[in-house]
Structure formats: C-alpha cells, structure tokens
Design a protein around this ligand. Sequence first.
Ligand SMILES: Cc1ncc(COP(=O)(O)O)c(C=O)c1O
Length: 381
Amino acid sequence: MTIENIDFRQRAWVEVFPEAIKSNTEEIRNILSEDCLLMAVVKADGYGHGSVTVAKAALAGGASNLGVATLQEALDLRKAGIQSPILVLGNLINIDDLNICLQLDLMPTLSNCREALLCQEIALSQGKSWKVHIKVDTGMTRLGCDFDHVYDLISLVDKLENLNLHGLYSHLALADGSLNSCEETVTLQQQEKFQKLLSRISSRKKPLCRHLANSAGTFRDQSLHLDMVRVGLALYGYSPFENFANDCSLKPALAVRARVTLIRDVPAGTGVSYGHTFVTQRRSRLAVVGIGYADGINRALSGEMFVLIDGELFPQIGSITMDQLVIDITARPDIEVGSVVTLLGEDGASVITPYQWSQITGSIPWEILCSFKYRLPRVVI
Ligand SMILES: Cc1ncc(COP(=O)(O)O)c(C=O)c1O
C-alpha cells in the first residue's frame, strides 16, 4: 500500500453505502404520487454521510431537489458538479452571501420584506431573475415569516420584478418520537394554517411549489405531501417513528467501525479505564478498540453500549476515553488484534441502531448520525 492508495480502514472509520441511500430514496418515491417532487435534505454534510455522496445517490434514486442549511454546504455540492435545484433552508443574512447564492443559482429562503428587498436589489444588479422560496411559520416558532404577515410578503415578492416566487413552505414541529395525540393535534393545526394561506392565495395565477412534510410528515399522511416533500432521516435508513413500521423497508446507510488494537488478559478484580467504574469479576480477556469520544462515541454510552464482532454482541466496559474504549471478549478467545468491531450499523444479520444509543444518552437519531467527527474517514462502499 502506498500513500496514494491508502486504505482508510486502519483504526476507525465510517462506512457509507450509497446503494442504500438510492434504495431508500426509491422506497420513499414509491409512496409519493408521480407529480410530487422529492427534496433530499443533505445538510450537515448529508447527516454525517458526506453530502456529495448522498446527493448523487439520492438524485439517482429519484430525488429532484436538494436542501442544505448553509451557503458553504451548497457550494460543496456545486463544486462537485451537482447542477440540481438547491434550496438554502437557513437564513442568509448578509449581502455577500446572497450575491454568491445567486451566482451559484441557489434558491434562498425568505422570511421577511427586508430579505425580499435585498434579494431584489442583488438580482437587479446581476441582471437576473431569481427563484426564491418563502417560508411561513405555522407553529414551529423558529425560522419563517409570521403567519399574520406572510400574505403581505407574498404580495411584495410578486411585485418585485427580478424575483420569481417559486416555492412556499412551512416546517412541521413533529419530527421524532411516537405518534402521541399532542403531536397529532399540532400537525393538524399546522396543516390547517398552511391550507388557509394556500386558499387565500388561490387566485394567484403563477405556479408555486408548496411543501410542508419532513420524513415524519411524509410517512404520516399523503395529504401532507402537496407538491414536494423534504426528506432527511428516512434517506439515511431510519424511520422517524422508532416503533412504527412504515410502508418502506429502509436500509441503514452508514456503519461506524473500528479495529481491535490491543488484547489484554487480566485477573479478577482489575479496574478498567478512567475512574475504575468497571472492575472485572473474573479473569477476563479485554480488547482495546481504537475509537473514542473524540471520534463521536458519546462518553455517556460508557458501560451501557454493546458492539458487534462477526454479528455477535460484546459489552463495552468502563469509561469511554478520548481515543479508545474497552470491550470484554472473554467469551471469544479467537478475536485478534485487527479484528473489525462495529459500533453502529449493520454487521451481518445484526444491527445497532441510533435509537439504541439515543435511549442511553437521551439523544435522537438525527444528532447521533451527525456526531461522527473529522477523524473518522468516510469510506464509500
Ligand atoms: C426545513 C427542514 N425540512 C426538512 C428537514 C428534514 O427533516 P427529517 O430529517 O426529519 O426528514 C429538516 C431537518 O431538520 C428541515 O430543517
């Protein structure tokens, strides 16, 4: 092996499966009507999978639009030669960013008249017509125009010569968790508000792409699909409803793996790792695995998580440290230095899901998928 063709599967790495992303996209497409568009949400580096890899796989699977949070994320996609429509979901607040946004043929999200006027000025100065989306807040209380002011904003944008109001959207506060009645009520209220706005502008003649649903909305109800759905989590292989089977069979698109770097035989009564939070009860064989919290393995998982080797579960013991963690392999004396350990994702027929981790750490699958650090090379399989 030379430095040019180095195999990055040395110590610890993230495997990414574009075929799974393509297949998940196809599965999601199957529950949409033919004329409903699919936006692949590839922000946060494609939820940690690598935005360019994800975007290409999702486009191959039937997505037509891409959603990012920041200008830099969009720039990475354009630099990779991706020409598809890209919506910047976050607010761009300064003139330089907005100028680049138009130069890159990106669609910005507008939340107020100030932003609309600024975009008009920029589009006029570049001599272009600019496709923009307006976001309205129907109950998420985060980004978007106040519901009471959005009609005026739409009227203004329609009057601005260089702006082309291409899309109108809102975001559901329902994203994760179980389908409890409170979430159901909130979603219905948001849907009703959005519909009310759409009725108010129904006499408007120009075409408009109306969109509301994230993964949860997409699976919940076809009436939320409208002209486009914006799907993140499901692309990456997980349903937003942990205990709910949906109509798709989604495949995890990522696996976190590391190698055993050292094997230790220790007597009963040996304290393991910082703080000796675990003490062996018997003579034990321990394996040190080259991955730690600096790679994104949350320290709160210490002593609570399991890992897979050849599809078999082994307990992690003691505190997870910055660069290593220790597992108990007493049951399997054949495991060697260099053996591959799966921390998250599939190993043969077995799987460890972000839901299992989130139950321990109080996190959510979205956060877990985004939490793997730069030190773990992404290896596209
Ligand atoms: C505006 C917007 N739309 C869609 C999504 C995708 O959500 P999910 O990953 O739950 O499908 C997100 C993600 O946070 C978002 O911010």
